[in-house]
Design a protein. Sequence first.
Length: 70
Amino acid sequence: MTTPIQPGFLADGCKRAQAAFEASIREEVEHQYADKLATASIVKRWTLTREIEKQIAERLAQVAPPEALY
């Protein structure tokens, strides 16, 4: 006998939602910066990597806001 699923809130709902979207968002953002990264110096590559991580975090916050209820 199966137990029916009870609706409710998830304690780690934001983390789950962000994990679900992160791979596709990361792939998209890294693709946008691929040409720049390929020809960048070490210092510029470091700067671009930080910019990429910032873009990913911003997009994740848009699709799965941390202040939302899950």
